[in-house]
Design a protein around this ligand. Structure first.
Ligand SMILES: NC(=O)CC[C@H](N)C(=O)O
Length: 374
C-alpha cells in the first residue's frame, strides 16, 4: 500500500504526493536537476549532501538500479522528488527497482507532485529550504517549521563530513560493460586525490590513465600529502560551501606555491580559486544537469557538460595569475581557470560526467600531460 508524502517549502507551499522511498523526515535545500538519466549516480553523488533533488524529467526509475553505478559507498542526497516512478523497471542491468533501492538506503522520496511547478518556483525565487515528510501521520506544520529552521548551505562545511575517514588506494578503471569488469592499467603516476566527497568515476578515470591513486581525507595537511611524493594532486568535488573549508584552502595554497601539478574539479575548482585569493558566491539556483553548454575559450569549442554546483567563483575577483579557460553559455559564469605561474587548473562542471556526455574528459588527459611535463 502506498503511503502519503508531502514536500513543504520554507514559504509554506505544500505539495502532496505519494511516498516512494523510506518513511521519515528529510530537511535540506531543494535543487532541480535537468538530467534525463543517471538518477542513481545523482543520488550517490556526495555533493548532494543536505540537498533534496527534484528531477525535471518526469519518469524516474525506468531502468532500475544496479550494483555498479553508485558514485560513492552510499546515497547522499537528503531526498528525492519526482513526477512519476514507472511501476516496472526495464533494463538488462536492472537489479532492484528504485523505490526498494531508496528504502534500503533510508532515502525519503515523493512522487506524484507537479515537479514543473516546483522547478518554476526554484527558478523564480532561487533554491528553497524544504522538508520532505513520508509515511502515516504527517505533521504538515512541523514540516514547514523544520524547513524554516534549516540553516542553509552558506557557511556550511560538509566536505569533512562526507570525506573518507582513512587514506586508501584506488585501482579500478572504468567499467568495461562487455567484460563486466573494471579496467586495470599499470600505474605510471602517483596521484593524491583529496576526498571532499569524491565520485568514483573521477577515481576510475585517473586509474585508467595510469595513475596510482591514493584517496586522502579532506583535512589531510599539505605536508602529509606531499610525504606521499605525488606527481600530482587532484581536488575532488564535494558538498557545502567551499569558503568554509579553510583547511583545504590552506593546503591548496601550498601545492600551488610548490608548483605541484594540480587539477581541481567542482568544489576543487572553487578551492583553487579561493586559495589564490578569489571569492566564491552562492548562485540563485545553481547548475544541475547533464546538458549545459560551456565554451572552452582556448579553442572556441562548445562543450556539452554535466553540472552540479550552487556556488561559483566570482570571475571579477580573480588575480592576475589566473587565466579564465571556460565559461557557462547559460549565464556567463566562470567554469574554468588555469594559473599562468603554476601547473594548476580546474573546472567547475564535471569532466567525469556520470551522468552526462564525455565532452570534458580531455581535462583528465591535460592533468596527465602536466604530470608528464614535470
Ligand atoms: N559538485 C560539487 O563539487 C559542488 C561544489 C559546491 N558544493 C557547490 O555547490 O557549488
Amino acid at each position: 500500500m502506498t503511503q502519503p508524502a508531502i514536500l513543504a517549502l520554507e514559504d509554506g507551499t505544500v505539495f502532496e504526493g505519494d511516498s516512494v522511498g523510506a518513511p521519515g523526515l528529510a530537511v535540506g535545500e531543494v535543487v532541480f536537476n535537468t538530467a534525463m538519466t543517471g538518477y542513481q549516480e545523482i543520488l550517490t553523488d556526495p555533493s548532494y549532501a543536505r540537498q533534496l533533488v527534484t528531477l525535471t524529467y518526469p519518469h524516474i526509475g525506468n531502468t532500475g538500479c544496479n550494483a555498479a553505478d553508485d558514485e560513492s559507498t552510499r546515497a547522499w542526497a537528503a531526498g528525492l522528488i519526482v513526477r512519476d516512478v514507472p511501476r516496472r523497471p526495464s533494463n538488462w542491468r536492472n537489479q532492484v527497482a528504485l523505490p526498494q533501492w531508496l528504502r534500503e538506503r533510508n532515502v525519503v522520496a515523493i512522487s506524484g507532485i507537479d515537479t514543473r511547478k516546483l522547478t518554476r518556483i526554484l527558478r523564480d525565487r532561487g533554491a528553497q529550504h524544504a522538508a520532505l515528510a513520508a509515511g502515516e501521520d504527517i505533521d504538515v506544520d512541523a514540516a514547514i517549521e523544520a524547513a524554516r529552521k534549516f540553516p542553509g548551505l552558506q557557511g556550511m562545511d560538509l566536505a569533512k563530513v562526507v570525506s573518507t575517514a582513512q587514506a586508501h588506494p584506488w585501482r579500478d578503471g572504468r567499467l568495461d560493460l562487455d567484460a563486466n569488469a573494471f579496467v586495470r592499467v599499470e600505474p605510471k603516476y602517483r596521484v593524491v586525490v583529496y576526498d571532499f566527497g569524491v565520485k568514483h568515476t573521477i577515481l576510475r578515470m585517473l586509474a585508467e590513465r595510469g595513475c596510482e591513486v591514493t584517496v586522502v581525507p579532506a583535512q589531510t595537511g599539505a605536508a602529509e600529502a606531499l610525504a606521499l611524493r605525488p606527481d600530482g594532486i587532484c581536488l575532488s568535488n564535494g558538498p557545502g560551501d567551499p569558503a568554509a573549508c579553510d583547511y583545504a584552502i590552506a593546503a591548496t595554497r601550498e601545492f600551488v606555491a610548490k608548483r605541484i601539478p594540480l587539477y581541481g574539479i567542482c568544489l576543487g575548482h572553487q578551492l583553487l580559486g579561493l586559495a589564490i585569493g578569489a571569492r566564491t558566491v552562492k548562485m540563485k539556483f545553481g547548475h544541475h544537469g547533464a546538458n549545459h553548454p560551456v565554451i572552452d575559450l582556448d579553442t572556441g569549442r562548445v562543450l556539452i557538460t554535466s553540472q552540479n554546483h550552487g556556488f561559483a567563483v566570482d570571475e571579477a575577483s580573480l588575480p592576475g595569475n589566473a587565466r579564465v579557460t571556460h565559461r557557462s553559455l547559460f549565464d556567463g559564469s566562470n567554469q574554468g581557470i588555469a594559473l599562468t605561474d603554476a601547473p594548476a587548473f580546474s573546472f567547475q562542471g564535471h569532466p567525469e560526467a556520470s551522468p552526462g556526455p564525455h565532452d570534458v574528459a580531455y581535462l583528465f588527459d591535460r592533468f596527465i600531460a602536466s604530470m608528464e611535463a614535470r
